[in-house]
Design a protein. Sequence first.
Length: 642
Amino acid sequence: MLPSKTPGKKEGFRIRFLPFDVTVEAPPDSTLLEAARAAGLPLNTACGGKGTCGKCLVQIMDGEYETRPSSSLPSRLLKEGYALSCLTRVKDHLTVGLPQFQEIIIRNVLSSRFLEEHKNTISGTFEIDPPIEKVEVDLPPPSLENNGSDLRRLERELRKKRPIRELDCEYSALRKLAHAVREKEGKTTAVLFRSGATWTVLDVEPAAPGKRICGLACDLGTTTVVLHLVDLESGEVLGTSSTLNPQVARGEDVISRIHYARKPGHLKELHDLIIGAVNHLIDKAVLASRVSAGDIYYASFSGNTTMAHLFLDLEPRFIREEPYVPTFNELPFFAARDLGLKTNPAARVHLAPAVGSYVGGDITAGLLFTPLYRDPEKISLFIDAGTNGELVVGNREWLMTCACSAGPAFEGSGTRCGMPAAEGAIEKISLEDSGRAVYQVIGNTRPKGLCGSGWVDLLAELFFHGYVDRQGKFNAPKAGERLLHDAEGPAFLIEEGKNTFWGKDLVITERDIANLIRTKAAIFSACLLLLKKAGLTFDKIDAFYVAGGFGQNLSIHNAILIGLLPDLERNKFSYLGNTSLLGAYLICLSDENRRLAIDIAEKMTYIELNTDSSYMNEYTGALFLPHTQIDLFPSVRQALHL
Ligand code: FES
């Protein structure tokens, strides 16, 4: 409960923004938008604060405020405490939620059918052997005869239990040592970090055999950030939390963020935003699973090369400049306190190794969760269709990789009604003969927007039923009354505003379709070119693994229909969800997986598409539904009689 203000006094009010839990002081009668800006929060303000775009929406959970109605906000939502921050004046201490940063629904792939079938065939291992261990020792009491230092006596006992060649000790552990070894007559619990033959004492406590040692696995996605809290002894995922990456408001893709980071102070701002988001996710996961943040001793991160640089506050500009050299590909461990993470300050932080400027740790970690790197003969293709699309072809003997700028259209940004796979997202949709949409919404609420799998379905259905042509243009006579016209041009009505959560029509515009087609074209043409470079054709691919933030219900059939995925037998495809997160989880689970990711990174041959003139030709050819060369999609040609 926030303290109440002193009546009559013109002091500022405390405004607490959730889910980031950032509090700022705001002068009376200032707007919530000003307070959000002062807090460095990335609210979208497409209309520049005029109250017309409806993008700066907040939900006021506690406190008094004054707001004005707007045609962009239905009165039903006003009554529920929603308000446009640009039209809302501060009259009290407030607790304010930012609805756009709601929880993304994570498919529980760890208990999925894919895992049941592939647990023993994926490249990584599920055996639990993290580099963090808890060791119980019983120190003999010091005496005049046995008067070695506490640290020496601890070391002697630890050497009896582990093959320690060298032992280091964290300063924070050293400060606790004298009491820890005396409080329970020498019975002591030590938390150790192992790196080769060198071990480091991260923490000591008086005997605590039931003490939990935890790790976290985190996917630093360009658009979304997702975290698993993991019990390092059982491997159990204790909690999961996720959020939209707050850097989105400073640039939707890595290129625009690299550009943004060039201005003074902006790199630090991007760094602070991502650290703030990760700390917020740690808070949430810890709270939900009743674990102490101090018991988190290991943090395994994966992300593309730009995200890794921004996370570490490293200048990203050389990633973009020829010859495209990042500051690092592989890093040693370092301590969480260096980054200000809300774990145990001595926790060891690991980032999955990158291959190059545009193929990062999200891919090397992600491959651990596929069978691709296990088989010496079968050739597989792996595609992570995130904002940055990354592809790998090969097997245990050889690997080729490339990346393309796909854009965030399938991840919830860049389309008018797009959203991540969170509550309220349409994840499945089909069209009846009348054009009426039949859909399935995550959380069974009124629809708020469409996530990636919904967009794939919708575009495929519009194309299949003839509402759009091969160029992505609407067929106006066929669409009839469902085709609306507004400032952005023609738009196909998915659902009327009276039935949607935000009270606005859900539509797909021609501009959205162009965006979706550009995204699918970037991915498919990168696929085609990568295979050409490898001297292969699609029919030589034995298995096709698809990852990305589409949502749980990606229809492979529809993805082929729009030309996002190649026209192969459907049983060759597996949709794996967020493999970057799952790879980070595997690295958290076993140090063998960390070493395997390094092997994978070293084995990859990176193809730079930026400098390849044929990429643009392939891309242009793919800017049609499903493709200009319809022969590449025989099943679509047959189904549509093209
Ligand atoms: S900024 Fe557009 S409605 Fe507030």
